[in-house]
Design a protein around this ligand. Structure first.
Ligand SMILES: *Cc1c(COP(=O)(O)O)cnc(C)c1O
Length: 382
């Protein structure tokens, strides 16, 4: 056998960039800045982060205890398929466990849905613009055409425009309700009409990452009537209302055959041992969950009122954040706040450079935010 000869290096195709064109074209996901980054950059202590819609109260004490109990088992593989967690979710929401699929964050479920439903180069996916960045990033990486219909000027949903983008090759339609970054939450009748009007081969994915914070779920979520819609999937997450963003745990309610297929293609241990224990414990602490919802609703009213009084345009929100247009440049507003140790989201990554999204904080954080902004505006006028 002749000795193996390495391929000569090609000057225009260095080895490390020799990846699929879709990967090179992929826009990176832009995450909120971390507290550590800002502490270092501005040499500040006591930085607060209101940029990633995390739970302002942290996580449940039952979760912390469950994590401690499980720590010594970290060397073990989790039980394949996390059946206990799936059963706990099914029991909690009173659905058939066969309809439940967990993922490493709902991010993993978004990616799996795209790959399991859409054939690269043939099928397409529709969503609104702007929308949660991951829908587009994962669609493009999968080599699937991504079509977007603009939201209306007030950030409500233009369903006819979305429907007009669909054809017989549309395999997924993503909507987010309450929507990110606007907080808009359409009445469920709008969702039902969309589900009924989509082409037969198109699955409607309803991303309800923030539905916990909606004060009137019955009027806004398709969940109670999901059984009537075999073309719809609902995504939920432990990242927001349950305070487990760092554990990476999301779940879907899906028609049984689709749920079954998703569980088969998911990586065997994508739900790690600690995430499984944390999810089960989080569902048990209904008091913490209720306290979170109350704190967010109160903080949302307080901030909405305070910022309107300071001449911000504040959009109605059913989520744990508020979309705002500051009375001066949004970029400068975000930078001024950063320099004072408060991280909010300047929405340039959503192609909305005139807007800011602020997560609802706890009482202390909200108070510091309001005082800081009042001081900034005062200084600007002086
Ligand atoms: C935060 C968020 C999620 C949740 O993502 P996880 O992967 O579960 O942390 C999903 N969709 C939208 C629109 C979000 O804003």
């Amino acid at each position: 056998m002749p000795p193996l000869k390495p391929n000569p290096p090609s000057p225009d195709l260095p080895l490390l960039t020799d990846v699929r064109a879709e990967a090179l074209d992929c826009p990176p996901y832009v995450a909120g800045l971390s507290i550590e980054e800002i502490q270092e950059k501005y040499n500040l202590s006591g930085v607060i982060k209101l940029a990633s819609n995390e739970n302002p109260l942290g996580c449940s004490i039952l979760v912390k205890r469950a994590l401690c109990r499980k720590a010594a088992s970290a060397f073990r593989y989790p039980q394949s398929g996390s059946p206990k967690l799936h059963k706990a979710i099914a029991d909690h929401f009173r659905v058939d466990p066969a309809q439940v699929v967990c993922g490493n964050g709902s991010d993993e479920l978004i990616d799996l849905l795209i790959r399991i439903r859409a054939v690269p180069g043939t099928h397409n996916i529709v969503a609104f613009k702007p929308c949660f960045a991951l829908y587009e990033i994962q669609a493009r990486f999968a080599g699937v055409e991504f079509r977007q219909a603009p939201l209306k000027a007030d950030f409500t949903f233009d369903m006819p425009a979305l429907l007009a983008l669909t054809d017989e090759n549309t395999r997924l339609a993503f909507i987010t309700t309450p929507d990110n970054p606007s907080g808009h939450c359409p009445p469920v009748e709008e969702i039902i009409a969309l589900a009924q009007a989509l082409p037969p081969a198109c699955l409607l994915v309803i991303d309800e990452a923030y539905m916990d914070f909606c004060d009137d779920v019955a009027r806004h979520s398709l969940f109670p009537r999901l059984a009537e819609f075999p073309n719809a999937v609902i995504l939920r997450t432990f990242s927001k209302a349950y305070g487990l963003a760092g554990m990476r745990l999301g779940y879907a309610f899906a028609p049984v055959p689709l749920a079954d297929a998703l569980r088969r293609v998911r990586l065997p241990f994508s739900i790690n041992l600690l995430a499984e224990a944390a999810g089960i414990a989080a569902l048990q602490d209904t008091a913490f969950y209720e306290t979170t919802l109350r704190a967010v609703a109160e903080g949302r009213d307080l901030l909405s009122h305070a910022f309107k009084k300071m001449n911000f345009t504040v959009y109605p929100s059913k989520a744990n954040f508020l979309l705002m247009r500051p009375p001066y440049t949004a970029r400068r507003f975000a930078e001024d706040l950063l320099a004072r140790g408060i991280i909010v989201r300047w929405l340039t990554s959503y192609a909305m450079p005139d807007f800011i999204r602020i997560s609802i904080g706890n009482a202390e954080e909200n108070d510091r935010l309001c005082r800081t902004v009042a001081e900034m505006l005062h200084a600007a006028r002086a």
